[in-house]
Ligand binder design. Structure first.
Ligand code: 5GP
Length: 189
């Protein structure tokens, strides 16, 4: 199967390696990344229009009114949203529009019936997820337990996606995603 313009949504619990998979998918010119809008302040090194579209709350509210967002959510007091127009443009050009999003956002898009391929990246088993999350060394035991519980809750929704890809091995999982979205052929095939 060859790739045609469509949305590719990659989601899953924190610590499953979905960002790494997305980064690798973007090595292919046929894939473009969805840049979210947010009201949070840029962190050092973050560039407007590259990492996020940084908007004021007023600007964000105006865009909500215009219907510019496919979905949006309040995350820890800041607003985040996926813009509709860049996705339509990319798909019209025959590109794969990659949306990396948390499970909450993915379920919103699924519920709205936004067309695309929905992939849930799952950890091989809870033990591995615990190792990966504690390996970051940034979480207190309480935060770690909360994240694991959240991952368990999120995994309960995985049946709603088109595919579940278990990230037991990065190269294997990446290959599986590429095959599912039709990125294995050469650009001309
Ligand atoms: P951060 O501020 O660390 O970049 O992101 C915080 C959270 O916002 C992450 O959980 C991320 O998945 C979520 N987020 C980023 N962009 C979007 C978006 O467009 N929609 C939704 N619903 N969540 C987003």
């Amino acid at each position: 199967m060859t790739a045609t313009g469509r949305m590719l949504l990659i989601s899953g619990p924190s610590g499953t390696g979905k960002s790494t998979i997305c980064r690798r998918l973007l090595e292919d010119d046929r894939v473009v990344f969805s840049i979210s809008a947010t009201t949070r302040q840029p962190r050092p090194g973050e560039v407007n229009g590259v990492h996020y579209h940084f908007l004021s709350r007023e600007e964000f509210r105006a865009k909500i009114k215009e219907g510019a967002f496919l979905e949006y959510a309040d995350v820890y007091g800041n607003l985040y949203g996926t813009l509709r127009a860049p996705m339509d443009e990319a798909i019209a050009k025959g590109l794969i529009y990659l949306v990396e999003i948390d499970v909450q956002g993915a379920l919103q898009l699924l519920t709205l019936g936004v067309d695309g391929l929905y992939i849930f990246i799952a950890p091989p088993d809870p033990g591995t997820l615990r190792e990966r999350l504690s390996g970051r060394g940034t979480e207190t035991p309480e935060v770690l337990e909360r994240r694991l519980q959240k991952a368990e809750d999120e995994s309960r929704e995985s049946h709603r996606y088109d595919h579940i890809v278990v990230n037991d091995d990065l190269e294997r999982a990446l290959q599986e995603v590429r095959t599912l979205v039709g990125l294995n052929g050469s650009p001309a095939s």
